[in-house]
Design a protein around this ligand. Structure first.
Ligand SMILES: C[S@@+](CC[C@H](N)C(=O)[O-])C[C@H]1O[C@@H](n2cnc3c(N)ncnc32)[C@H](O)[C@@H]1O
Length: 248
């Protein structure tokens, strides 16, 4: 799938059911997330991340952080407490519109749209922390996933930290993703997305993976160092995920 079509899918999800598209709990589908509970999930997660940062002693400073694939800013808003400034970046204009509205009261965060398969709008050696959770796994093109990982390394400062989550393996059965394929096929034939999602229970969310050894090889090429590697989080049945903590 082209990045343009991928963006279109996320615009549709941001319009139809943004919170569920971000935290896909079954009983919260079709608008059943309460905004406070949804944001609470980010709170728990970032507290755990901050504990890891303290244990690792990285990044060395806490000035500027980037939340790649920020959605409505569920994590970005929490990082603002720990960093002088947090920037959320996302491919979807509608997600960013909602992030701006929902986080008006947080003064030290900023939100940007980037629809490119790279992060050339961001300078080299710029961020103390780059964080990305539940984003790379949804990109269908593995070359684009690799490109973003290389970009994470380029834009972190020396002694900065990139934390990114990506599945290492998905079982063959779960790679089939018939709901997504039928959704995309019917969308290409012009069938209305609200009908496909609301009435037929189809959606365009893709799940992808890259085996850990291939990510380690890429990081070696980029002269990056893995400080910590975690198994998890739970990304559904038969998905074996990893969280990489990387410096340069
Ligand atoms: C499952 S949501 C996760 C949002 C956020 N990381 C969180 O956990 O709250 C995935 C987000 O990644 C964004 N996204 C998908 N592909 C992207 C890309 N190529 N560049 C930037 N953002 C992307 C989507 O628009 C969506 O907001």
């Amino acid at each position: 799938m082209s990045l343009e079509k991928h963006k279109k899918s996320w615009e549709e999800l941001a319009n139809m059911d943004p919170y569920w598209a971000i935290v896909t709990e079954k009983n919260r589908q079709y608008g059943k997330w309460k905004v406070e509970e949804f944001f609470q999930t980010g709170e728990y997660q970032i507290q755990t991340v901050m504990k890891s940062l303290s244990d690792l002693g990285y990044p060395k400073k806490r000035q500027l952080m980037l939340d790649f694939g920020c959605g409505v800013g569920r994590h970005t808003r929490i990082f603002c407490r720990y960093f002088s400034q947090a920037i959320g970046i996302d491919i979807s204009e509608r997600m960013i519109d909602q992030a701006l509205k929902l986080n008006q009261s947080v003064s030290n965060c900023k939100f940007l749209v980037n629809s490119e398969p790279h992060l050339k709008i961001l300078p080299d050696n710029h961020f103390d922390l780059v964080y990305s959770d539940f984003v790379l796994q949804h990109i269908s093109n593995k070359k684009t996933i690799r490109s973003y990982i290389s970009e994470f390394i380029r834009i972190i400062k020396p002694n900065g930290l990139a934390i990114f989550q990506l599945p290492h393996h998905i079982s063959f059965r779960n790679r089939l993703q018939p709901r997504r394929k039928i959704y995309n096929l019917l969308r290409s034939l012009g069938v209305n997305e609200q009908f496909l999602y609301g009435k037929l229970g189809l959606h365009p969310i893709c799940s992808n993976f890259i085996p850990q050894p291939q990510i380690e090889e890429l990081l070696e090429i980029e002269e990056a160092r893995v400080l910590k590697l975690l198994a998890g989080p739970d990304c559904g049945p038969s998905v074996d995920s990893r969280i990489y903590f990387v410096t340069k």
